[in-house]
Design a binder for this molecule. Structure first.
Ligand code: CTP
Ligand code: MG
Length: 380
């Protein structure tokens, strides 16, 4: 049996995945993603040496490794994945290792079905990696067709004869590569592609956590309900904007932007659901850029932030609190405008109005208040 080393690269920042923690430490089915990856790797193959490559200031790895009874296996990575792999290779014992398996910490569903064919491939080749065909049609940015039959999607683990991958990295000390098969190719090593697996996907984007959790039999989705509230004073003249609709009533709402209290309350409700501060944080009234700005812009910003977190807006409800103007004649136009701005069907947009029975500032007709709720399905 050839002796083997595992290099697990986990020194990335996980920027595309968003979130408060680097993706390799985010929870999947009750444990950090990297713990699952390591458990699955150790179940699938008996490695003689394990190296986990982490960033210099990683405060999380020790707790993960302690739970798995792994000691003295970390080494410090670099600014790029290539640097991290290089550091992992350099940290291995000089002698006594035949094969090296290099794997992304972000691919938790690795299994023996991937590793065994790689081991077999190294009997005849210097390098091997799992790959998959491409199902979608491929185009360049100008629309020209690309022949997908000439292309492959390549995954990790990628396996190498130890002496050959060391020599390949040594021959290209300053180049950044997308993966380690690219280093092998640059050095002219013989490469065998084995069968990849769809389940061996790399957790990369926010929505991938929900997919991973689902595969673990746990649903990490939740429903977030945000609320928003806004008040603006009336002033004479001009046109009033309310819930994205112009109302020609001889007076307007006073404010720095277009003072659309309905859209402001709604924007804050959406920001509340994703715990992303409030409208004033992102569009400070002190900033001249937002003077007279259409509040559509604020709502669109909030919607983009929802999408960036993998959330889906499901329903909104806006209540306008005022003695005047009469809302009913404008209500359907307001619903339609909000539906349009939020990409929701009309059946999921509610606009209501009420008075305060002549009490308080709204009762005296000094201004208008708006409150809103937004219901968002968050995938993780
Ligand atoms: N990696 C690493 N060192 C780096 C960059 C990446 O060890 N300097 C690791 C990551 O931790 C990950 C694997 O390489 O396990 C694949 O990289 P990728 O999916 O790109 O992860 P990140 O670089 O962390 O994510 P992003 O590119 O979204 O920031
Ligand atoms: Mg990266």
């Amino acid at each position: 049996m050839p002796s083997s080393a595992l290099i697990l690269v986990a020194a990335g920042k996980g920027e595309r995945a968003g979130g408060d923690l680097p993706k390799q430490y985010r929870d999947i089915g009750g444990q950090p993603l990297i713990a699952l990856t390591l458990q699955n790797l150790m179940k699938a193959m008996d490695f003689d040496v394990i190296r986990v490559v982490v960033s210099a200031d990683d405060p999380y790895i020790d707790a993960v490794l302690a739970k798995l009874d792994l000691a003295h296996v970390t080494t410090q990575g670099g600014a790029t994945r290539t640097d991290s792999v290089r550091a992992g290779l350099e940290s291995l014992p000089k002698f006594g290792l035949d094969h090296v398996y290099i794997h992304d910490a972000a691919r938790p569903f690795v299994n023996a079905g991937l590793l065994r064919p790689l081991q077999t491939a190294l009997e005849t080749h210097q390098a091997a990696a799992p790959s998959l065909p491409i199902a979608d049609a491929l185009k360049t940015h100008d629309g020209s067709a690309v022949d997908r039959d000439t292309l492959l999607r390549v995954q990790t683990p990628q396996a190498f004869r130890r002496a050959d991958i060391d020599a390949a990295f040594a021959a290209h000390p300053d180049t950044n590569f997308a993966d380690d098969i690219a280093v092998a190719k640059a050095a002219g090593l013989s490469i065998k592609f084995t069968a990849g697996q769809a389940r061996n996907f790399k957790v990369t984007y926010p929505e991938d956590f929900a997919k991973a959790a689902q595969m673990m039999g746990t649903d990490m989705s939740y429903t977030a309900i945000g609320s928003g509230f806004d008040v603006h004073q009336f002033e004479d003249g001009g046109m009033m904007w309310l819930c994205g609709v112009p109302i020609d009533c001889g007076y307007t709402l006073k404010g720095h932007s277009d003072a659309d209290a309905g859209l402001h309350a709604l924007t804050d409700a959406i920001l509340g659901a994703i715990c992303f501060g409030d409208i004033g944080d992102h569009f400070p009234p002190s900033d001249p850029e937002w003077k007279g700005a259409s509040s559509d812009k604020f709502l669109r910003f909030a919607m983009d932030e929802v999408a960036a977190r993998g959330g889906v807006l499901q329903h909104v409800d806006v209540t306008l609190i005022c003695e005047k103007p009469k809302i009913k004649p404008h209500r359907e136009a307001m619903r339609a405008r909000i539906a349009d701005l939020c990409g929701l069907p009309l059946t999921r947009v509610s606009v209501k109005a009420t008075t305060t029975e002549k009490l308080g500032f709204t009762g005296r007709g000094e201004g208008l208040a708006a409150q809103a709720t937004a219901t968002i399905k968050m995938m993780s």
